[in-house]
Design a protein around this ligand. Structure first.
Ligand code: FE2
Length: 494
């Protein structure tokens, strides 16, 4: 089979498939139709015609009614199964009302009596082509609407993985394809890696890297052009890294935003010999044009969040440098808090905010003299009051930073307790942010189970007993239960 590198274009000639068991009917009819500007293909057997329909696209099917291997009604039904937009016309020498009803029921738009004259057939064909283009437009409209709906859904998500999974599923559905993958460029632009996959047995490929200088997707990424391939790839410019003979038809589309490549969408058909229709390629083009800028923004947002996290971690290290006994405490608290929040199905945004707040929740301890922080004996009342000031001091430091989450407030409230016995403002119940209620539980569990300057580690069992005993009194019951579930049922370890 040949390779075809295709520009997606609008123009396509009307293609007519003629099926009749008498070659004497096929040849003159095909010749006459060719003279009228149609592209034609004639078949004596219905089964051969159907086989061809799985590999090639036709606009119209004109089929004889009575044939020895498959009758015209069966050919039409099978044809419509393969291409629901195929427009069928039945030819018959023995028309009855019953024949007409049967033909229409099978999905034919008309039937013509043999022998017929060309001047009688042409108006039928012209009406059939109008129906074909209306069906194609309808389909395209439906596809475009579905893609716009998808675009709206994606616009509200900042989760790169769920965006890409939605896009991969949509491409699979639109193209009735067997495999879809989305590849993203690595930060240095030297490789592409599979970031999402949909369809049969492709999930195990997620994470695989390929050099951008190689393969079909690499060519697409470098040249910013789509490629439609049919059959084995023999083009030296884009030799596949791993040739796969089971791919019959494939399209690779560049995902571009602001003139830059942000990804490559690959769609493969492996289970039959069908080609992509022009409508499907256009729909993919629309999908890619809607999604690419969103993908770029999401990638930038993720980079931004990562750099905020890196900054926050650097700040956390400053706190822990002064208080070596609690080194790693904030990171472990953040990790437990995130796991509790995920168990409670908090939103992605809340979880991200909680992670940041957890990593840095004791930053206010910068205001506490380090002799107090590292004092090996119990603190006196004044020292305790000084330590308690760290919640408000943390708030004062963090409120000056414009986080996309309420990090400063979460830190401010992480020592508040459900019954109002906490500090610094003695908030109660729902007055306390849910993120702070989670952080409080995570903080207590980590603190009790770890070593402190004034006492040895007391172990996780003692920590969980504290949470269980004071559930509803000091700690939010839903948070406490999620925490206990993590350790007791889900095998979580600090
Ligand atoms: Fe604290």
């Amino acid at each position: 089979m040949e390779n075809i590198i295709t520009e997606i274009s609008n123009c396509k000639a009307g293609r007519i498939m003629v099926v009749d068991d008498e070659p004497d009917v096929i040849s003159p009819l095909c010749e006459m139709l060719t003279d009228e500007g149609y592209e034609t293909a004639g078949f004596c057997k219905g089964s051969e015609a159907i086989e061809t329909l799985t590999k090639q696209e036709f606009d119209l099917l004109i089929t004889d009614l009575i044939m020895p291997d498959m009758d015209g009604i069966d050919v039409l039904r099978a044809g419509l199964e393969i291409d629901p937009n195929l427009v069928g016309i039945i030819m018959t020498g023995h028309a009855t009302v019953q024949t007409a009803i049967e033909a229409m029921k099978a999905g034919a738009i008309d039937y013509i009596l043999k022998p017929f004259k060309m001047e009688n057939l042409l108006p039928v064909l012209s009406r059939a082509m109008q129906i074909r283009s209306l069906r194609a437009e309808n389909l395209q409209l439906r596809e475009t609407l579905a893609i716009h709906e998808l675009g709206k859904a994606i616009a509200f998500s900042s989760d790169l993985n769920s965006i890409m999974n939605m896009v991969a599923d949509a491409a699979l559905l639109q193209c009735k394809a067997d495999e879809v993958s989305i590849m993203l460029p690595t930060a240095d632009g030297k490789n592409l890696y599979i970031a999402a996959a949909s369809g049969s047995e492709r999930a195990e490929n997620i994470g695989i890297h390929i050099p951008i200088e190689q393969g079909i997707a690499g060519w697409v990424a470098r040249n910013h052009e789509p490629v439609v391939l049919q059959g084995e790839v023999n083009d030296p410019r884009m030799a596949p890294i791993k040739p796969r003979s089971e791919i019959h038809t494939a399209v690779s589309m560049p995902m571009m935003s602001s003139g830059k490549i942000v990804g490559v969408l690959n769609v493969n058909i492996t289970k039959n010999y069908r080609h992509f229709t022009m409508g499907q390629l256009k729909a993919l083009g629309i999908l890619v044009s809607i999604v690419s800028p969103i993908l770029e923004k999401t990638q930038l947002y993720i980079q931004l969040i990562k750099s905020v996290e890196d900054t926050v971690r650097a700040m956390a290290m400053i706190v822990e440098k002064r208080d070596m006994y609690t080194a790693g405490h904030q990171e472990r608290v953040a990790n437990l808090a995130v796991n509790i929040a995920n168990d409670m199905k908090l939103s992605e945004k809340q979880v991200n905010g909680l992670r940041l707040a957890g990593i840095i929740h004791d930053i206010g301890k910068l205001n506490v003299p380090s002799e107090i922080l590292t004092k090996p004996t119990a603190l006196n009342r004044i020292e305790l009051e000084l330590v308690k000031m760290h919640a408000e001091a943390g708030y004062n430091i963090l409120e000056t930073i414009d986080f996309p989450y309420p990090v400063a407030q979460i830190v401010y409230q992480h020592h508040e307790r459900m019954n109002g016995s906490g500090y610094p403002r003695a908030l109660k119940g729902n007055e306390i942010l849910i993120e702070s209620r989670i952080l409080a539980v995570a903080d207590v569990v980590e603190a009790i189970s770890s070593h402190r300057p004034y006492r040895p580690a007391q172990g996780i069992d003692k920590a969980l007993k504290e949470i269980s005993d004071n559930k509803c009194i000091l700690y939010d019951p839903t948070v406490a239960e999620a925490c206990l579930r993590l350790f007791n049922e889900k095998g979580f370890k600090l």
